[in-house]
Design a protein around this ligand. Structure first.
Ligand code: PBG
Length: 328
């Protein structure tokens, strides 16, 4: 390919004015690309999350207002995460499969509004276990199959509550296939499976764990026996290949910006829609620097989202969704 040579070619010509910069812009971010993760609480649980400036846990009434607001802004979808009171957390995560639990009531409340906005639920046990892990612990290990048995029922009740998209986030092996075939036997052929195919064992999840009330992990001190080793990119590709084969419709890669290479590689290798998750720690870093006056928080937030799209994602989960949608 001939690229042209200075001075015949001057790349600054296309940067002279706003109109021409926009004309040749290769990446466009719109509110329709955004998924807004929201923490849901009961009326009596605390709203404040001190590690995530600008984010609060919403009760169901506030959630309905937020859903309306998000729909008005053109945000594509909400992703709901529950704050479960300690009294409802247990070693067998039984609250996860209670059809009347907080998340099912929250889904119903949003769906009752009949808005043009998607509702995504998290299929994982960590908000419901007393030890904070994503699975059932047997003999000191997070047990793959015992966990999957519960995930099938959890997906089922969320589907019944009206969730449009089910997002298994725990990195157990075989969960996508098991959930897909279970949903098929229940007649839920149209439920979208958004697999967290690539979820690294990351330090950037700290504020999220604070938000869902998992302040320390009991037993195993980290999630490295199920979440991906952050050094690995080939293994991430194998995860995606397996999940596509098992019936995933879309995948999530997470965290976002530090893992943009994984997004780009996945985009080149697979033809499945990719959502990037700008996780709580990434959000909090930008907010903290902005609060100190060290960076322009809004511009930095927008920049990191555009970069995630440029890397190859078609959708982005971000806690800044309403703020950025307003801006756009
Ligand atoms: C757990 C889950 C986590 C996040 C989403 N689902 C945390 C974890 O794996 O410990 C993190 C999201 C974020 O940090 O914003 N199923």
């Amino acid at each position: 390919m001939f690229y042209g040579k200075y001075p015949t070619s001057r790349l600054r010509r296309l940067r002279q004015n706003n109109w021409v910069r926009e004309l040749v812009s290769e990446t466009i971010l719109t509110p329709k690309d955004l998924i807004w993760p929201i923490f849901v609480r009961d009326d009596f649980s605390p709203a404040e999350i001190n590690s995530m400036p600008g984010v609060r846990r919403l009760n169901i009434l506030e959630l309905q207002e937020a859903a309306q607001y998000a729909a008005d802004l053109g945000i594509a979808s909400l992703a709901l995460f529950p704050y479960t009171p300690t009294s409802l957390r247990s070693c067998d995560a039984s609250e996860a499969v209670n059809p009347d639990n907080l998340i099912c009531r929250a889904v119903q409340a949003v769906k009752n509004l009949n808005l043009d906005i998607g509702v995504i639920t998290d299929v994982a046990l960590d908000p419901y276990t007393d030890h904070g892990h994503d699975g059932i612990i047997i003999d000191g290990k997070v047990h793959n199959e015992a966990t999957i048995e519960i995930l099938k029922d959890q997906a089922d009740i969320q589907a019944q509550a009206g969730a449009d998209v089910l997002a298994p986030s725990d990195m157990m092996d075989g969960r996508i296939g098991a959930i897909r075939s279970h949903l098929d036997t229940q007649g839920f052929h149209d439920k979208i499976l958004l697999s967290y195919a690539v979820k690294f064992a990351s330090s950037f999840y700290g504020p999220f764990r604070n938000a869902v009330g998992v302040d320390s992990l009991v037993g195993l001190s980290d999630k490295k026996t199920y979440q991906l080793n952050l050094t690995n990119s080939d293994e991430a590709m194998r995860e995606i290949a397996q999940d596509i084969e098992e019936g995933a419709d879309m995948i999530i890669i997470k965290p976002g910006l530090p893992y943009a290479d994984i997004i780009q590689r996945a985009r080149q290798k697979f033809n499945i829609p990719i959502a990037a998750y700008q996780v709580s720690g990434e959000y909090a870093m930008i907010k903290a620097a902005a609060a100190n006056g060290w960076i322009d928080g809004t511009k930095a937030m927008l920049e990191s989202l555009i970069c995630l799209k440029r890397a190859g994602s078609c959708a982005i989960l971000t806690y800044a969704a309403p703020e950025i949608a307003e801006l756009l």
